[in-house]
Design a binder for this molecule. Structure first.
Ligand SMILES: [Zn+2]
Ligand SMILES: [Zn+2]
Length: 322
C-alpha cells in the first residue's frame, strides 16, 4: 500500500470539533501504523469535548483498524483492535503486570496520545489484538468498552446464578448487563428507559424500570448510572457483606454516607479498563448483541454532526467511518 503524506483527522479543542488535514504520523520502532476502519464515540469523548482533562488534539479510543506498517511482518493486513493504555514496560507497576496503571503511560485519544478519529493511528504492536472473522468491523468497535465491562469479572469472583443488580441503562450499563448475563450470573438491570432495557430483555435479562428499588438485597451491585446519585443507590441496594462495583466516572466529588458501608461491611470496588482477550472471546461467541447498541453511523468528515448526535440525551453508540 502506498501511504499518503497527509490524512484527515478529528480535532478537539475547547469544545470545538473540527476535521483537519494533518501529516501522517511517523511510526516509532515497536509501533504499528493502522488504517482506521471504524471508530465509536464514547461518553469519555464527549467529556473531553466539554474540556475535562484539559484535552486538545485527536480523540478516539474505541476503534478497529487494519495494519499497514509494522516491525513484525505477520501483522501486515491484519484487522485489529488496540488496547488503549500505552505502558512504559519498565517501571515497577509494569513489572507487576499493572501495565494499565503504569504512571508513565499515555492513553490513546485521552492522555498525550493522538487517537483513532483519524484515517490512520499509531498503536504499539504489543497492544494489538487480531479481530477474528466472526466479529464484524462494527461489532469490533465494542471490544474496548466490553473489555471494561468484563474487567468486573477479573476483579471480583462471582459464582454462577448469583444475583447481580446493574444500575443504569446507558451504553456501558447495557454491555455490563450482557457480559455478566453471558457469564451465567442472574442479572437484574435497573434503568429509567424501557426502550433501552428492551435490548437487555431481548437477551433474556431481567429488567426493572421501577424507582421503588429493593433495599439490602443484592450480594453484588454495579453502578453504571454515570450519575453522582448512583453510588448511594447502589449502596442502599447491596446486602450486608456485599460488594458494590463502581463503573460510573463522575466529575467532581460524590458525597457518600459511609455509615451504611461500615455498618453493613460492604466492599467498594473501583473498576475501569479491562483486558481485550475476554471481550474478543465473548463477542466471537455471539452472546453479545453489540449491533443493537448502534444508533447511527457518520463519515469522519461529518464528525461535528456525529458528536452533536452522540451528545443528544439517550443516544447509544455513534460510529465514525473514515
Ligand atoms: Zn470509551
Ligand atoms: Zn510502566
Amino acid at each position: 500500500m502506498n501511504l499518503p503524506l497527509a490524512m484527515q483527522a478529528v480535532h478537539l479543542n475547547q469544545g470545538r470539533v473540527s476535521v483537519r488535514t494533518m501529516p501522517l504520523p511517523a511510526r516509532p520502532a515497536g509501533y504499528a501504523l493502522l488504517r482506521v476502519l471504524c471508530a465509536g464515540i464514547c461518553s469519555t469523548d464527549l467529556e473531553l469535548q466539554r474540556g475535562y482533562y484539559g484535552f486538545a488534539g485527536v480523540p478516539g479510543h474505541e476503534f478497529v483498524g487494519e495494519v499497514v506498517e509494522s516491525d513484525t511482518p505477520a501483522w501486515h493486513g491484519k484487522r485489529v483492535a488496540g488496547e488503549i493504555n500505552f505502558a512504559c514496560h519498565s517501571c515497577s507497576w509494569c513489572r507487576s503486570e499493572l501495565e494499565r496503571h503504569c504512571p508513565n503511560r499515555t492513553v490513546l485519544g485521552i492522555v498525550n496520545q493522538p487517537g483513532a478519529f483519524a484515517e490512520f493511528v499509531l498503536v504499539p504492536e504489543s497492544n494489538l489484538h487480531e479481530v477474528p472473522g466472526e466479529i464484524s468491523t462494527e461489532q469490533a468497535v465494542f471490544i474496548e468498552p466490553l473489555a471494561a465491562a468484563c474487567e468486573i469479572l477479573d476483579q471480583v469472583t462471582i459464582e454462577p446464578k448469583t444475583p447481580v443488580a446493574v444500575l443504569g441503562d446507558g451504553k456501558l450499563g447495557l454491555l455490563i448487563a450482557q457480559a455478566l448475563h453471558a457469564h451465567g450470573l442472574h442479572v437484574v438491570q435497573y434503568g429509567r428507559h424501557a426502550d433501552k432495557l428492551e435490548i437487555s430483555k431481548g437477551q433474556g435479562i431481567e429488567t426493572n424500570t421501577s424507582s421503588d428499588r429493593p433495599r439490602k438485597e443484592f450480594p453484588y451491585v454495579v453502578d453504571a448510572t454515570g450519575s453522582a446519585e448512583g453510588l448511594k443507590e447502589a449502596v442502599a441496594m447491596c446486602r450486608p457483606r456485599g460488594t458494590v462495583i463502581l463503573k460510573s466516572t463522575v466529575h467532581g466529588e460524590v458525597p457518600i454516607d459511609t455509615a451504611p458501608v461500615i455498618v453493613d461491611e460492604l466492599t467498594l470496588v473501583g473498576s475501569r479498563c479491562g483486558r481485550f482477550a475476554p471481550a474478543i472471546a465473548l463477542l466471537a461467541s455471539g452472546r453479545i448483541r453489540a449491533d443493537s447498541l448502534i444508533a447511527g453511523e457518520f463519515a469522519l468528515s461529518e464528525a461535528p454532526a456525529a458528536f452533536q448526535k452522540a451528545a443528544e440525551k439517550g443516544t447509544l453508540k455513534i460510529l465514525l467511518k473514515p
